[in-house]
Design a protein around this ligand. Structure first.
Ligand code: PLP
Length: 402
């Protein structure tokens, strides 16, 4: 008899986006002429930077000639991309990361989801609440249950406090999805020191790094002294360069980073990840890696910057408009997400925006219990739509005050 991994049955139903689309469908049936403005899901809307398109075209042309054809590439990524990443994303910011510590992949989702495979079943986890659901769900699938939730609320500025009980694997995400909160150098140093003192490991998800504007904020955890011993960092081109459909990301696993056997012997995490990736992953396509590389040319950097500015301009408009309407919000300054505190329950406010304004947001409670009384508004849309959305919300509040 073929038996299942029963841990899958312990997963909470991922009803969030299914429930959202059901409610949208019901609304559209009743209001077939009302145009919805979607500020819910975190997918980009602007086209790819032209440098990426050109690089991809050129790479495809290379594949059409037997002289320049390429088959399987290195599982960890081509050197041209790994070197560009190490130089531009890390060394340029004083973080001493080498090209052979970079592992190119087809998404930060897979990387953050897969990384837990390297560790023992009975490790203690620290996972923020609210947060990107992949961290918890992939651990539940793997049969892990010992989770310490790091609560992020208005009263701690949505930044998790250090755990009171010992933990071994810590997930951090900054700039944060869903709250949009960012972490200062001092606060990140506390986490790195905690990991150093407790022989813990931090999985630092920096998928939204490109949105950081504040000069004082760290872009990488490796800007913090000692982090190379205790942290793995994840980055993605999805939001940086509009690659949600193209698929390219990377994980940084420094050579100094160690985890331990039950007997207490140190083992290189990089070696484990290398073994895992070369066994289960066959690399990202050549044209896509060329497209990612193109983001580091002077022209590429300018185009990426313009793309990010476009969304940040949306975010600033949303945040300012909501604050004018009296809402308390965070995010939107170094992040494409605005986290809005609401008086009623998150689904109640979602329904209000949908039914009274034709706006789709994401109920905060879908990211964890601390997301109750909050909604996430995403800046991924066209500016004219964002402007109209804010006018509609203002009018809805006047017509039927909450
Ligand atoms: N990490 C966070 C925090 C995200 O919000 C997302 C996507 O929404 C990802 C990772 C996934 O990125 P990718 O598209 O590279 O899989």
């Amino acid at each position: 008899m073929i038996r299942i991994n029963e841990s899958f049955q312990k997963l909470q139903n991922s009803y969030l986006f299914a429930e959202i689309s059901q409610r949208i469908q019901a609304f559209q049936q009743q209001n077939p002429t009302q145009e919805l403005i979607r500020l819910g899901i975190g997918d980009v809307t602007q086209p790819l930077p032209s440098v990426c398109v050109q690089a991809m075209h050129q790479a495809i042309d290379e594949l059409t000639s037997s002289k320049t054809f390429r088959g399987y590439g290195p599982e960890q990524g081509y050197d041209f991309l790994r070197e560009a990443i190490a130089e531009h994303d890390f060394q340029a910011r004083g973080a001493n990361i080498a090209a052979d510590e970079v592992f190119v992949s087809d998404g930060a989702k897979c990387d953050v989801g897969n990384f837990q495979e390297l560790f023992a079943q009975d490790i203690r986890l620290a996972i923020p609440d609210p947060v990107y659901p992949v961290y918890l769900d992939t651990n539940v699938m793997a049969g892990r249950t010992g989770v310490v939730y790091l609560e992020c609320r208005a009263d701690n500025n949505y930044l998790p406090d250090l755990p009171k009980e010992p933990v071994d694997l810590i997930y951090l995400c900054f700039p944060n999805n869903p709250t949009g909160a960012s972490i200062t150098r001092e606060q990140l140093t506390l986490w790195v020191n905690y990991a150093l003192e407790n022989k813990a490991l931090i999985l630092f998800d920096a998928a939204y790094e490109a949105f950081i504007q504040d000069e004082d904020l760290p872009h990488s955890i490796y800007e913090i002294e000692g982090a190379d011993k205790v942290a793995v960092e994840f980055r993605s081109y999805s939001k940086t360069a509009g690659f949600t459909g193209v698929r390219c990301a990377y994980a940084v696993v420094p050579k100094a980073c160690t985890a331990y056997t039950a007997a207490g012997d140190a083992v290189s995490v990089r070696d484990l990840w290398m073994r895992r990736q070369t066994t289960k992953f066959n690399g990202v396509s050549y044209p896509v890696q060329r497209a990612a590389e193109a983001t580091y040319s002077p022209e590429g950097k300018a185009q990426v910057k313009a793309l990010i500015q476009y969304y940040l301009n949306n975010a600033a408009h949303i945040r300012a408009a909501l604050q004018r309407m009296g809402f308390s919000c965070v995010g939107g300054d170094n992040s494409p997400y605005i986290w809005v505190q609401v008086e009623q329950d998150a689904w109640g406010f979602f329904d209000f925006l949908l039914n009274e304004a034709g706006i789709v947001c994401t109920p905060g409670v879908g990211f964890g219990p601390c997301g109750e009384n909050h909604v996430r508004i995403s800046a991924f849309n066209r500016f004219d739509k964002v402007q109209e959305a804010m006018l509609r919300i203002e009018a809805a509040l006047k017509n039927s005050p909450l």
